[in-house]
Design a protein around this ligand. Structure first.
Ligand SMILES: [Zn+2]
Length: 161
């Protein structure tokens, strides 16, 4: 886990989080707010440049930033959200039709997804084992963010072709 220059975490806290949240180990972790009902973890990538999603050309020219709020698997019975700051880069390739593109952090969450990979794994297993309403009740009791509809959808690999 990379501790950013503005991080308020001690080294010991960083190691604890790395053990609890291995999917965030490649990210810089900022503030961790445990004061409210939901544990909020600020994170961002520190990779300097990314490849354009259209042409693959590398760019380090940041256009803007915004925060993705990702529901994560619970820690010690507490709901967790990752506030992932992502950057929008300008494509530097003059012939590319994609003017800007957003960095992707595939180990954490896929494009347009609002849940982390660990939480998605829990929901997929719950859907297979319990189905809709009982599964939704269980994940709610386990302090994880999911609706009944997110439990009812079976994983793609289980869908008959
Ligand atoms: Zn491009």
């Amino acid at each position: 886990m990379i501790l950013g220059s503005r991080s308020c975490l001690s080294v010991g806290t960083g190691r604890l989080l790395q053990g609890l949240l291995p999917h965030l180990r490649e990210l810089a972790i900022g503030r961790v707010d445990t004061s409210g009902p939901v544990v909020l973890i600020e994170a961002r990538s520190e990779v300097a440049e990314f490849g354009c999603t259209a042409c693959g050309g590398m760019s380090d020219r940041v256009h803007s930033r915004y925060v993705r709020r990702l529901a994560d698997a619970a820690i010690a019975g507490r709901e967790v959200q990752v506030l992932l700051t992502v950057r929008r880069f300008r494509c530097l390739e003059p012939t590319c039709l994609q003017a800007t593109f957003v960095e992707q952090v595939p180990g954490v969450a896929g494009r347009y997804q609002r849940r982390t990979r660990p939480l998605r794994g829990v929901l997929e297993k719950t859907a297979v084992m319990l189905g809709g309403r009982p599964g939704a009740r269980l994940v709610e009791r386990l302090a994880m963010s999911a609706s009944r509809s997110s439990i009812e959808v079976p994983p793609r690999e289980w869908t008959p072709s």
